[in-house]
Design a protein around this ligand. Structure first.
Ligand code: F3S
Length: 755
């Protein structure tokens, strides 16, 4: 489906030369991750060795994928760049905005009406700028990418944290914020700190009730939710080769749950089989020609302790099925030991729902393994004690599963088949069996199980497992059920046991689909009109930000002095605000409403110095803006940590904030502020944070001399007329100062384009 074989050939054509050069420069055998990284340098052939975990490096990704929630602002920004087409093959996937309620047909109809303007906007922008568009119902971004676009040895970025799923096909695929995606779409480099490397050696073989999902559930238990931060996890060993390609995808997918930059596997027969089964013989043929470059050098896997920063070994022969949770995906418990733990912690043992699917686990193999359990229940006259919901990962999977009678098996058990979309996995679930916030337990084959994630109820205890284990537990209706040892009572009062699951890796009759839901863009989209209603609540075309004038930085006012932790969630809350992701003015009404004001220690309650009255942060910022007064945000350590959400920088910029001055920044947020043409500065002397008072006026006295490696001077004028003159540090290089002077990075691109 519109994958670009010429682009893949081009990547492979330069791979040998670049990898050989990198090996020479680094001076030792290379891991697969290093081969992919060094063959995707923005400057082409490698000229220097990078230090893992330290050096920031510019890369040239091969592809970009965006989902409907994050694509809105990314594309609105891209439209500002003044480019006729995206510079790198890009796709948009409509999967997040579809609620699961009654079943696929009704739910899709309802989403198509509720979010019509967003879908129409994404479709028209895609058509105009050469972006492949996957309609609502076509499938979940990561499954569709794996089926159509992922290729061994490639590098992609995506505006969703589970972009990492494509590691199952041997890619380095990384989730990024919209601003990064826009840069690459506009033809700029993509910067990443050269990752550390964690090796996971898999020995033995998966069998019985244990599945690929249990590998990552186990790894999550070992590394915890932070253990993979800043690292690529590279899996290898005999056990890895014996996993299916989609099983590898599941493992890579949940690498996001350990905070890993991404995860990957070397090219092998399972990937070749998957490429051929998904109609990509040409990709497999090309990959076979450069096979040795699509996996690590032999010496690396022979002596991994010498080449990875950290090494984990898992014997798959001994690996037991796990259920992880509740409330965190790294709380790993082998099935069979969960009863005791649940009783000790007061987790409800009764299971109300079993949910199968999502981007993590909706392959043909997953569905057949789960169906083999569901079928036994029907055949052995066991009635399911829990409700069942299925979210197929793509229309191709759904169609094939329907043709092969797999969906019917679930339906015979009373399951509801939801749309091929995220649904409950992203909280898009209108769950009718709960009246309020009752304490309850669900099991699912998704990746995340944080509080409120699936149904918005903080008292839903969600446990993550393999699809077949979810099926077994849901049928039994009990969290302490161990299908390997326990029996169930059937309708005839007999004790019956479930046999171990049996799966089929790839459909014996091949995949099939009537309408995959893909719309190719016009060859020449210049005549396509992108329609956004001026009255829209959810979408708003962006106006370019105007440069902040030096004179406006004399007499700027304090908007808020944030106290303690101030993450991107405090700056731009999620939840119900997600609705306004494509409307900068409307979503700006959540700007900093979660931040605690250092004066009074309340949230969303700050002083308007022009009136002396107290009001919410967005209203106060708007009042300053209306009066032509620039405002300043002051913050503590690691300001802007959390996600790479660009709204956290765009909103204050839109509301007239000129500078954010903090003790320290989370780096991505600092870069986002720079991209939006604002000042992101740090106190040269951390204690100066304490000098800032509620009625302060800020004079940036030497802003006209803003230059790389040169401190700025700030005069703080207090209400009584007294002053403190302090120094501020910054990390702007000359191009970033140009962004500031032009109003934004996009303005610079636009200018360059017009020149
Ligand atoms: Fe993400 Fe779940 Fe969808 S992980 S892409 S929300 S299926």
């Amino acid at each position: 489906m519109a994958f670009d074989i010429d682009m893949i050939k081009k990547v492979y054509a330069s791979m040998a030369e670049r990898v050989d050069k990198a090996r020479e420069i680094v001076g030792k055998p290379l891991t697969l991750s290093e081969k992919i990284l060094y063959s995707h340098l923005w400057d082409g052939s490698p000229t220097e060795a990078f230090t893992r975990g330290k050096d920031y490096v510019d890369f040239a990704p091969d592809r970009i994928a965006c989902q409907d929630a994050t694509a809105q602002m990314a594309l609105l920004q891209f439209m500002q760049a003044g480019k006729p087409n995206v510079a790198v093959p890009t796709t948009v996937h409509c999967d997040h905005l579809i609620q699961a309620k009654s079943g696929a047909a009704l739910d899709l109809k309802s989403a198509n009406s509720t979010s019509a303007e967003v879908f129409n906007f994404l479709e028209s922008v895609s058509n105009k700028y050469g972006i492949g568009f996957w309609k609502p119902g076509a499938g979940i971004i990561h499954q569709v990418v794996l089926e159509n676009y992922a290729f061994p040895g490639g590098m992609m970025i995506g505006t969703d944290s589970h972009t990492v799923n494509a590691g199952g096909l041997g890619m380095v695929a990384i989730g990024v914020g919209g601003a990064d995606a826009v840069d690459v779409m506009a033809g700029m480099a993509w910067e990443l700190k050269f990752p550390k490397l964690i090796g996971v050696k898999l020995t033995g073989n998966i069998s019985g009730w244990t599945s690929a999902k249990d590998v990552i559930l186990k790894v999550a238990g070992i590394l915890t939710v932070k253990g993979g931060t800043g690292a690529i996890v590279e899996y290898f060993g005999e056990g890895a080769k014996n996993l299916s390609c989609t099983g590898k995808g599941t493992i890579c997918n949940m690498g996001a749950e350990i905070g890993a930059t991404t995860s990957t596997f070397g090219y092998d027969d399972s990937m070749e089989r998957y490429l051929r089964a998904t109609d990509r013989n040409d990709v497999a043929d090309e990959a076979n020609k450069v096979r040795e470059y699509l996996t690590a050098d032999d010496e690396v896997y022979a002596n991994p302790e010498q080449y990875f920063d950290e090494l984990i070994e898992i014997n798959l022969d001994e690996l037991k099925p796990h259920l992880n949770g509740p409330f965190t995906p790294d709380l790993a418990t082998p099935v069979g030991q969960l009863g005791e733990k649940a009783k000790a912690n007061g987790w409800p043992l009764k299971v109300d729902w079993g949910l199968i699917g999502s981007c993590t686990n909706s392959s043909y193999e997953d569905l057949t393994r789960a169906a083999s359990i569901a079928k036994q229940a029907v055949d052995k006259k066991i009635k399911s004690k829990s409700d069942f919901g299925i979210n197929p990962g793509s229309e191709q999977i759904r169609y094939t599963a329907e043709r092969d009678g797999i969906l019917e098996v679930f339906e015979n058990l009373g399951a509801t088949v939801f749309t091929n979309a995220c649904g409950p996995c992203i909280g898009q679930w209108d769950r009718s069996d709960l009246k309020g916030e009752e304490k309850n337990t669900i099991v699912h084959s998704f990746n995340r199980n944080f509080s409120k994630r699936a149904d918005g109820n903080p008292n839903t205890h969600a446990f993550v497992g393999s699809p077949e284990m979810v099926a077994a537990i849901a049928i039994s209706g009990r969290l302490d059920f161990d299908p390997m040892n326990d029996t169930l009572l059937n309708e005839d009062g007999e004790e019956v046991k479930l046999d171990m699951p049996l799966g089929i890796e790839l459909p014996p009759q091949g995949f099939a689909v009537e309408d995959a839901g893909y719309l190719a863009p016009d060859a020449d989209g210049s005549g396509v009109e992108v329609k956004v209603s001026p009255d829209s609540e959810r979408l708003q075309l962006l106006e370019p930000f105007t440069p902040i004038k030096d004179e406006s930085l004399i007499g700027a006012k304090l908007l808020i002095k944030a106290f303690g932790k101030c993450t991107t969630d405090h700056i731009s809350m999620a939840g119900p605000w997600l609705r306004f992701r494509g409307h900068l003015d409307n979503i700006s009404n959540n700007c900093l409403i979660g931040a605690v004001n250092a004066f009074g220690k309340k949230t969303n309650f700050v002083k308007n110095q022009l009136t002396g009255e107290f009001a919410g942060v967005p209203d106060t910022a708007r009042a300053y803006k209306a009066a032509g007064v620039r405002s300043v945000v002051v913050g503590d350590h690691n300001y802007g940590e959390g996600s790479s959400r660009e709204h956290a920088a765009m909103e204050p910029r839109h509301l007239g904030v000129a500078a954010v001055i903090v003790k320290s920044f989370a780096r991505i947020h600092e870069t986002n502020l720079k991209k939006q043409g604002m000042l992101g500065l740090t106190f040269a002397n951390e204690e100066d944070y304490d000098l800032v008072q509620e009625d302060d006026t800020f004079n940036f006295v030497d802003i006209s001399e803003f230059a790389p490696d040169k401190q700025l001077t700030l005069e703080l004028v207090h209400a009584d007329g007294s002053k403190n003159v302090i120094k501020l540090n910054h990390t702007y290089n000359q191009p970033q100062i140009d962004w500031y002077r032009e109003g934004s990075a996009l303005n610079v691109i636009k200018k360059e384009n017009a020149a």
